[in-house]
Design a protein around this ligand. Structure first.
Ligand SMILES: Cc1ncc(C[n+]2csc(CCOP(=O)(O)OP(=O)(O)O)c2C)c(N)n1
Length: 386
């Protein structure tokens, strides 16, 4: 079918934000998205789901594009981000390895299980018709599903889209401007002390995103606020989620609070964040060299120079903070200077024995955050306590 006409149908239905990883079967639709829409080139398909999910919460109807082999990379955020938070993404997943169609051996199994996998993940799907008029009708059905807050994926067979040449892409070269490495002893505060400082600096335009595990639980205990989001699942996706929110909500200050285990799980996200460089995002890594939330098992972060890695990925500022006072100063500076900033802090491994878990459900956290973003009067009531 004509890729441009199909793309314009997507626009008419309000889909404006795209993220994904290319596949040759989807090449023409991906080229069109890059040429005509806001498109974020993710390092992997799971990051794309997190980026697009946040852009949706930020007010842009969002689309993810991926090869079916990449669906496996996206299983964690599809099952533990968009499902519990009820985020309605529109997806296009190619069907490499379609049974009966000759293809490479690495696609054979995935070709057989793609649609089953979507069903297992409670994602409604259809094969996308190659007939434009039929496909337009399918899009309308998909959009109805999205408006009911449910995700919908199209499975795309070979040759569905007509050729769409990629226009010349404007590549941005980002370079680090401020790099401050460790130069004195670290204070090694507890995580909750660092979180209390971060929380004390927030203002009415701040959105705080806390990574999976005890980081979210401790932030919740310090203060459960409408402008907080606790990732709970989709470990490693918090900064990709921050990127999607920062790009879709440039007027908000996005504070991403990460852990070493989480960041190591999806370190490709640093490259994507650095490339798109949203000025309104600060990424704070609290490194206790451990998966503390699951029993304190060591990570492999002991050897990693995260500050230099963030700098070389294009974070404008990458700073090692040695103590809580520096943490506060750097956060305040970021609010004034507003450039993509990475703060690294070593923390000790200690937390309360009886740590609460958010009693508010993930989808309620999302709905509350959406109201905060839209500055809904209902929200103002919640903040007032009235
Ligand atoms: C994909 C995935 N793998 C494993 C887990 C289990 N898990 C939850 S929190 C956590 C540890 C996170 O480590 P880190 O980011 O360093 O934070 P810390 O617990 O030290 O605060 C793990 C392994 C998970 N939720 N998701």
């Amino acid at each position: 079918m004509d890729t441009r006409i199909f793309g314009e149908e997507l626009r008419k239905l309000g889909f404006t934000f795209f993220s994904g990883v290319p596949c040759s079967y989807l090449k023409n639709l991906i080229n069109y998205s890059i040429n005509e829409f806001d498109y974020v080139a993710a390092a992997n398909e799971g990051d794309a789901v997190a980026i697009a999910s946040a852009a949706y919460i930020g007010g842009q109807k969002s689309v993810v594009l991926m090869q079916n082999s990449g669906l496996t990379n996206a299983v964690s955020p599809l099952t533990s981000l968009i499902y519990p938070f009820r985020i309605p993404l529109l997806g296009f997943v190619s069907l490499r390895g379609e049974p009966g169609v000759p293809d490479e051996p690495q696609h054979e199994l995935m070709g057989k299980i793609t649609t089953n996998l979507l069903e297992l993940m409670d994602v409604e799907w259809q094969y996308l018709s190659g007939d434009l008029e039929e496909a337009k009708k399918q899009l309308i059905q998909a959009n109805e599903q999205i408006s009911r807050n449910r995700p919908f994926f199209f499975v795309v067979k070979k040759g569905t889209f007509d050729a769409e040449p990629l226009k010349k892409q404007q590549n941005s070269i980002r370079s680090n401007r401020i790099l401050r490495c460790a130069h004195k002893d670290n204070q090694m505060p507890a995580r909750h002390e660092a979180l209390s400082v971060i929380n004390s600096v927030k203002d009415g335009d701040t959105i705080q995103l806390a990574t999976t595990g005890k980081t979210g639980r401790e932030l919740y205990e310090i203060e459960d606020a409408s402008n907080n989001l606790y990732m709970v699942g989709s470990m490693g996706c918090v900064s990709s989620f921050g990127l999607g929110l920062a790009l879709s909500q440039p007027g908000k200050n996005i504070v991403v609070i990460d852990g070493d285990g989480s960041l190591l799980m999806r370190m490709g996200s640093l490259a994507t964040n650095g490339y798109y460089s949203p000025n309104n995002m600060i990424h704070i890594l609290l490194d206790n060299n451990a998966h503390e939330s699951t029993g304190g098992q060591s990570t492999v972060s002991h050897n990693i120079d995260f500050v230099n890695i963030a700098a070389s990925c294009g974070y404008t500022r990458a700073i090692h903070v040695h103590n809580l006072e520096e943490l506060k100063t750097c956060l305040q500076e970021w609010k004034k200077t507003k450039v993509l900033t990475f703060l690294y802090m070593k923390i000790s491994m200690q937390s309360k024995d009886q740590l609460a878990r958010p009693s508010i459900k993930p989808h309620e956290v999302k709905e509350r955050l959406e109201r905060f973003i839209k500055n809904d009067p209902l929200m103002i009531k919640e903040v007032d306590g009235s």
